[in-house]
Design a protein around this ligand. Structure first.
Ligand SMILES: [Zn+2]
Length: 75
């Protein structure tokens, strides 16, 4: 199992996902947002554990308004 961080800069939002999450698809997926001014989802490299992904998210996207774990896949 790999874990990834989805980050959407214009929304200042980041989420940790399991690679198997339908929204993640091993870092290839995209949350259901239009590719317009709201921005598109970008993905981090893979992490071996949810804890590592979370630590990366907290450090790298500390300035974002919304950080958390994906409620769909519950990493
Ligand atoms: Zn997810």
């Amino acid at each position: 199992m790999n874990f990834y961080v989805a980050h959407i800069s214009p929304l200042q939002r980041a989420r940790v996902h399991k690679g198997a999450c339908p929204q993640c698809l091993e870092g290839q997926g995209q949350e259901p947002l239009p590719k317009n001014a709201k921005g598109r989802t970008e993905w981090s490299k893979s992490f071996a554990t949810a804890g590592e992904a979370r630590a990366y998210m907290m450090k790298t996207f500390a300035r974002y308004k919304s950080l958390g774990m994906c409620p769909a896949c519950n990493p």
